[in-house]
Design a protein around this ligand. Structure first.
Ligand code: ARG
Length: 584
């Protein structure tokens, strides 16, 4: 179910527009100028709850003094929503909303719970996202981690906002690199039954060492890939084993990460579909022979050419990608196609989108490229020993061990048993890694720093999870406490309306922030939002008595704040693919 009700911002906007229209029909303002009021949530103290410069712009169009226009509107605002309207800084009009209205919105949010912010932007349209896409016969590297985490978060945000999402893992399971592996396996006569991912990786490394000294090895590898594409049985058998071993390894990683991708078509799926693409490109006049190969030429050379087919007839990454576009359009009819791929392929993605458009496979404006930067270590490059790729599984295991130590530290003498602590360590360790990645702008390079990732302070996964558990603990205690606390009169110094109002107004902004994250494909907006929300809540928690609040009404407000904060954090963590443990 989607939230469709008018929210408080919308109510204020309508009230102001209504006042203007009324003034227009009374002939006070000319009626040929359409009022368009755009409101912002006020961020500074003393500027009301909403602010706008639209009234100023309107007065300019009317050619009337701004103050007079505000005065006229103000006199016509007949609503219990707006309690005061003021002019500030020459061009802004600020609106203060009545406390009652703010409290009503809080109740409404507390009632909505985990449906808060769920607006139907997708309207059942289809969004296809190509993400993760590791290469087989190589271990799942830290580089593909970003695509997996960011791609999944984008998928989740789009699903939450009403899109029908299709995730497709464009596995690198075809291409010349398999020729290299087949060559090496044959040359060393490796036993297929005892192969594993490490042995495959080592064989690949040995091939590269050999080909540096002996360039003929490369020719032989190409020949093996050609054989593979021609359906050679022995080559195919080796390829199958490599693929199976890799998939097992990837599944293990996806399992640890808690990720499930809808489809894994993989590049090999398009093997038989490339010819059609090549014919189409030739027919349309974009394909041209060049030194034996077939290349794709962009009109006026607006983009660099790309190889469609190698001189030995082998298919290319590009041709398979074009075939994938065609297949995806025919199979799922997506309204948008999102590609979450490293920024090192940014130009290539432009070429792919443009070529797809030229070939009539899908219009360029349906494509959206979401790139991610590299992961760097604190001291520069992120690597173990020289040249060695970091294995993701080792990093994830280390995260859980480190998280466990952290938990043992804070949990001393608390009420979790061994199994609960182990599960918590997984949630915190893996969640910390994901959050660290998602909290930064995707296209930027990010720093991998354990001290920041696993820290209960700052914009980190553990901090957010901890705040969630804190809310949950308040909610749990509330239900176990007897309801009969006698209402006492609160003293004036117990009035924390300023703090409460601040959190409620901030909670109300959640919807807008989510839409922003959606429109800009930026899960980091969600992180920035919950981080501030958690900071506000923790401050409030330390300042005000919640369960021990002597006034029943006030206590309910504080509990509703707690419940809503908790629900919003839970929604956000689930969008980010981070677990929200109840106890910590
Ligand atoms: N396997 C590729 C790589 O690791 C990424 C694939 C991205 N998706 C695509 N449709 N090209 O570089």
């Amino acid at each position: 179910m989607f939230t469709q009700d008018k929210d408080i911002k919308e109510k204020v906007r309508c009230t102001v527009e209504k006042a203007i229209i009324e003034a227009q029909s009374d002939g006070v303002f000319p009626s040929d100028i359409k009022p368009e009021i755009k409101l912002e949530y006020s961020s500074a103290k003393g500027t009301g709850n909403f602010t706008t410069n639209s009234v100023y712009l309107f007065s300019q169009k009317l050619g009337k003094p701004f103050e007079d226009v505000v005065k006229e509107i103000k006199s016509r605002i007949a609503s219990d929503v707006i309690s005061s309207t003021t002019v500030a800084l020459g061009i802004h009009t600020n609106f203060t909303v009545s406390r009652e209205e703010i409290l009503n919105s809080l109740k409404e949010m507390a009632r909505e719970g985990e449906e808060i912010g769920k607006v139907d932007l997708g309207k059942a349209r289809v969004m296809l996202i190509d993400y993760s896409s590791p290469n087989i016969a190589k271990p799942f590297g830290i580089g593909h981690l970003r695509s997996t985490i960011i791609g999944q978060a984008v998928y989740n945000i789009y699903s939450f906002l009403g899109w029908k999402c299709i995730g497709d893992n464009h596995l690198g399971d075809w291409g010349t690199q398999f020729g290299k592996l087949i060559y090496q396996i044959n040359k060393e006569n490796l036993d297929l039954d005892s192969l594993n991912i490490d042995l495959l990786e080592q064989a690949y490394v040995r091939f590269h060492r050999e080909s540096e000294a002996n360039p003929q090895a490369l020719d032989a590898a190409r020949e093996y890939f050609r054989k593979l594409e021609a359906g050679d049985k022995q080559a195919k058998r080796i390829w199958e084993v490599c693929r199976k071993i890799s998939l097992q390894e990837f599944d293990r990683i996806y399992e640890i990460l808690g990720i499930k991708i809808d489809y894994t078509m993989g590049e090999s799926f398009y093997e038989g579909k490339v010819k059609e693409i090549i014919d189409l490109a030739s027919e349309k006049g974009y394909a041209q022979k060049s030194q034996g190969a077939l290349v794709f030429l962009f009109p006026n050379n607006k983009l660099p050419t790309l190889v469609l087919q190698k001189s030995d007839g082998a298919s290319t990454y590009f041709a398979r990608d074009l075939a994938a576009v065609k297949y995806r359009m025919e199979e799922w009819h997506p309204d948008i196609l999102v590609y979450e791929v490293g920024t090192d392929q940014e130009l290539y993605m432009k070429q792919l989108f443009s070529a797809s458009d030229l070939l009539g496979l899908a219009p360029e404006n349906k494509f959206k490229y979401v790139g991610h930067g590299m992961i760097r270590g604190r001291e520069g490059k992120f690597s173990t020993r020289k040249g060695q790729t970091i294995h993701l599984q080792e990093v994830l295991e280390e995260a859980v061990i480190k998280a466990r130590a952290l938990i043992d530290n804070v949990q001393k003498g608390k009420d979790l048993d061994e199994e609960e602590k182990e599960n918590l360590a997984k949630a915190v360790g893996i969640g910390g890694i994901k959050y660290n990645d998602l909290s930064q702008t995707p296209v930027q390079d990010i720093i991998f720093d354990w001290d920041k990732i696993l820290n209960f302070k700052g914009n980190s996964g553990p901090y957010i999870q901890y705040t969630y558990a804190r809310c949950q603990s308040v909610i749990r205690k509330e239900t176990s406490l007897s309801k009969k606390i006698t209402a006492e009169k609160m003293s004036e110094k117990d009035d924390y309306w300023g703090l409460e109002e601040d959190i409620i107004m901030y909670l109300l902004q959640f919807k807008d922030r989510l839409v922003e994250a959606h429109d800009s494909f930026s899960p980091n907006i969600v992180c920035t939002y919950i981080y501030s929300l958690c900071q506000k809540y923790n401050y409030f928690y330390n300042e005000c008595a919640i369960l021990n609040c002597p006034d029943e009404n006030e206590k309910e407000i504080r509990l509703n704040i707690t419940k809503t904060v908790s629900a919003v954090i839970k929604i956000c963590l689930s969008l980010l693919g981070v677990e929200a443990p109840e106890k910590m």
